[in-house]
Design a protein around this ligand. Structure first.
Ligand code: RP5
Length: 161
């Protein structure tokens, strides 16, 4: 099956963070592709990726980058698909630089930004977007939420004795 979600990142150094998005997509059996696209080091590849994404059947793009993190915003500027941005933590500024770069988009070009390093939520958000036209997926996401609830309630019960 053609991938529905494109997971991209600015560098292979982002992979330890971004693999959590892939794990979520695998958990919900969503077809995805994963690759490196650098806004600054491979600008032509960025244009090609973003411009062809919709035509190739992608429905959502998850883009992670650190530092001067222009990747999600530039992708969002070149495709009508929803883009979820993941600010990757940096050594110099702890990812606040990445967060600000990704979240401060100008009006008219949206990027749904998750918390610094939270690629899990990016994968989940992509799944939720797809679930608006997929009831089985929506059911699976509800079951996931219920399992989180039960886990917390179980821990509370143990604490309360
Ligand atoms: C960004 O620069 C990447 O997204 C990465 O987070 C950061 C550092 O890249 P490397 O120097 O580790 O390749 O483009």
């Amino acid at each position: 099956m053609a991938p529905l979600v494109g997971v991209i990142m600015g560098s292979d150094s982002d992979l330890p963070v971004m693999k959590a998005a892939c794990e979520m997509l695998e958990k919900f059996k969503i077809e995805y592709e994963c690759t490196i696209v650098s806004a600054h080091r491979t600008p032509d590849r960025l244009v090609e990726y973003a411009r062809s994404a919709r035509r190739r059947g992608l429905k959502v793009i998850v883009a992670g980058a650190g530092g001067a993190a222009h990747l999600p915003g530039m992708v969002a500027a070149m495709t009508p698909l929803p883009v979820v941005g993941v600010p990757v933590k940096t050594s110099a500024l702890s990812g606040v630089d990445s967060l600000h770069s990704i979240v401060q988009m100008p009006r008219g070009v949206p990027v749904a930004t998750v918390a610094i390093g939270n690629a899990t939520n990016a994968g989940l958000l992509a799944a939720r977007i797809l679930s608006t036209s997929n009831d089985a997926l929506a059911d699976a996401l509800e079951a996931y939420a219920a399992s989180q609830r039960d886990e917390v309630l179980g821990k509370a019960e143990v604490l309360e004795g």
